[in-house]
Design a protein around this ligand. Structure first.
Ligand code: FE
Length: 203
């Protein structure tokens, strides 16, 4: 069951209400649309995904935490204070040289808000939702990720019941780095599976 209503050509009731409210506030000069965009941008790229990055960096540096994450991701993530709506039932999927994980919501836009913030627009687009399942390797290539043919791609379909967080592999050349520095390497896309973490020399 998916908890966000979705229609291809019409706005769902909540979106319509939000749009109407935004229009009124802008017309009355109460809010600046650029400020609204800036706030959304902040949650989409900065605040939200930084939580997930902290989870990933801790998994890279704390084997006990990584085990906890494998066994009960919801509890492990909650132990870091990241709780809330759309994150009640989390599963962490770990990338390995043999297997790469990619997350999609084929029906709508289910996404782990407490660790990743708001989903990017492309995540909600019909093209991503269908192609991620049909041709994940081609989709990854478009994101600039080319994996060896020997690496299997596993696609996870998010639902209202389960939200996935990809734990990418720790990049090489990061041995001396602490969790805070490592978190800076973890991109939002790498936690959806359509990107890889940055390497230290490029960040
Ligand atoms: Fe969904």
């Amino acid at each position: 069951m998916h908890d966000e209503p979705h229609h291809e050509n019409e706005l769902d009731e909540m979106t319509a209400r939000v749009r109407a409210l935004e229009t009124i506030l802008v017309e009355k000069g109460i809010v600046d649309p650029a400020a609204v965009d800036a706030i959304i941008e902040t949650y989409e790229h900065k605040v939200g995904p930084r939580n997930g990055a902290a989870v990933v960096a801790r998994a890279w540096t704390d084997p006990d935490f990584a085990d906890h994450l494998r066994q009960d991701a919801t509890a492990a993530i909650a132990s870091m204070g990241f709780v809330g709506r759309q994150g009640e039932h989390m599963v962490a999927v770990f990338n390995t040289p043999e297997e790469h994980n990619l997350v999609v919501c084929t029906l709508c836009s289910c996404y782990p808000w407490p660790v990743l913030g708001l989903p990017p627009t492309w995540y909600k687009a019909p093209a991503y939702r269908s192609r991620a399942v049909r041709e994940p390797r081609a989709v990854l290539a478009e994101f600039g990720v080319t994996l060896p043919e020997t690496t299997r791609i596993r696609v996870w379909d998010s639902t209202a019941e389960i939200r996935y967080l990809v734990i990418p592999e720790r990049p090489p050349g990061t041995d001396g780095m602490d969790a805070e520095a490592l978190a800076d390497l973890v991109t939002r896309d790498s936690m959806i599976g359509c990107g890889l973490p940055r390497h230290p020399e490029t960040s």
